[in-house]
Design a protein around this ligand. Structure first.
Ligand code: PLP
Length: 381
């Protein structure tokens, strides 16, 4: 038997990777499963994005290795996007790095900054990848708890009481997944001050900022933020391009070049046609966002009805691609979702996969058609 590396003992197969096998087996056995588990947009990207990809295939350079830093036009399109939507100025030469999805950025940033024995602050509840990547690089996850009572914002008083001497990175994600909480008016400013005080790299993971959110913001809009902050962003949810794998990390040139040092040793640039499509996506006007959000608004109304039928409560001010709902007192999330999967053939995500603070909650994805959502509601009437 060939022994695996010790780092593999620190993580388990991703929850969805396992659970979706179970869901697929149920579908294969003929069960009419409605999947509201995963946030994989089912809607189409803008047509001009697909056209640019198709056109890209005919370019004589399409099939070559591409630049590690992406096409200059892509970096410029990212900068214009940040300027238009967040009023943040970035240099296309040094302050932008296209990624194959923002998820890989979590690994690259961790490899660039965390030594064994360092610690990373991770939100609980939060995206599970922050924790698993921290463990894979041999660092220690240090959780900071988020509470509904505080609208899921970090409690800086509690953070200051912790021993922060080993902390190098703090993962932050607003609008927050899974709760849909928006950043409070002061949180980005407070995070920048906290990062400067303790010499911690604050990384804001920002993929949901255009979904059902009237006030998209970037942490980099705070004065002096670039010194201690990076921001991850993604085309996955904003433009229905999750399978294309296009994201970005933006921030100070020195931080970006540290991340590039890792990334350029791991891959060899994004496919040309995908970059051409991404450039078109980033040029979309507000019309795109309002059309997209009108679909999600209708779906969210239906998901609220579904949550009512399941006796759950939820925050109508939350944004993003999910509805985060609290189960009736005393009901355990995993037992509940297993029962609903078995008896009602509806797959929803238990809050516990996002951390201990997710117990008692479930997460509905808005990536289901209105027909599916109506059918789901009917199953509980
Ligand atoms: C909080 C959060 N960050 C990052 C990602 C990864 O997005 P991408 O498709 O850009 O890798 C997701 C995807 O579900 C997410 O929920």
């Amino acid at each position: 038997m060939i022994e695996v590396a010790n780092r593999l003992q620190t993580v388990e197969e991703y929850y969805f990777s396992k659970k979706l096998r179970e869901v697929s087996a149920l579908i294969a056995s003929g069960k009419p499963i409605i999947n509201l588990g995963i946030g994989s947009p089912d809607l189409q990207p803008p047509q001009k994005v697909i056209d640019a990809l198709v056109e890209g295939f005919s370019s004589p350079v399409a099939h070559k290795y591409q630049s590690y830093q992406g096409l200059p036009e892509l970096r410029e399109a990212i900068c214009s996007f940040y300027k238009t939507h967040f009023k943040v100025s970035l240099s296309p030469l040094i302050e932008v790095l296209p990624l194959m999805g923002s998820k890989e950025g979590i690994m690259h940033i961790s490899m660039a900054y965390l030594n064994e024995g360092d610690a990373a602050l991770i939100p609980n509840p939060g995206y599970p990848t922050y924790q698993s990547v921290t463990k894979l690089v041999g660092a220690e996850p240090m959780f900071y708890e988020l509470d509904a009572a505080n609208n899921w914002q970090p409690d800086f008083e509690a953070l200051e009481k912790q021993d922060l001497s080993k902390v190098k990175i703090m993962w932050v994600n607003y609008p927050h997944m899974p709760t849909g909480a928006v950043p409070s008016a002061s949180v980005y400013k407070d995070l920048v001050a906290f990062g400067k005080k303790h010499n911690i790299l604050i990384v804001n993971d920002n993929p949901y900022t255009f979904i059902l959110n009237d006030d998209p913001r970037s942490i980099l809009s705070v004065e002096g933020a670039k010194e201690v902050c990076l921001e991850l962003n993604s085309l996955s949810k904003t433009f229905n391009m999750a399978g294309w794998r296009v994201g970005m990390v933006v921030g100070d040139g020195q931080h970006i070049s540290n991340v590039l040092k890792v990334k350029s040793n791991m891959d060899s640039g994004m496919f040309y046609g995908i970059q051409k499509g991404a450039i078109e996506a980033l040029k979309c006007t507000d019309m795109w966002f309002s059309t997209l959000n009108s679909v999600y608004k209708k779906r969210r109304d239906l998901v609220w009805q579904l949550a009512d039928a399941l006796n759950c409560t939820y925050d109508k001010n939350a944004v993003g691609l999910f509805v985060w709902a609290k189960l009736a007192e005393g009901i355990e999330a995993e037992q509940f979702i297993d029962k609903v999967l078995k008896e009602n053939h509806l797959f929803i995500t238990p809050g516990t996969i996002f951390g201990t603070k997710g117990e008692g909650y479930i997460r509905f994805s808005l990536c289901g058609s209105t027909e599916d959502l109506e059918e789901a509601i009917a199953r509980f009437k």
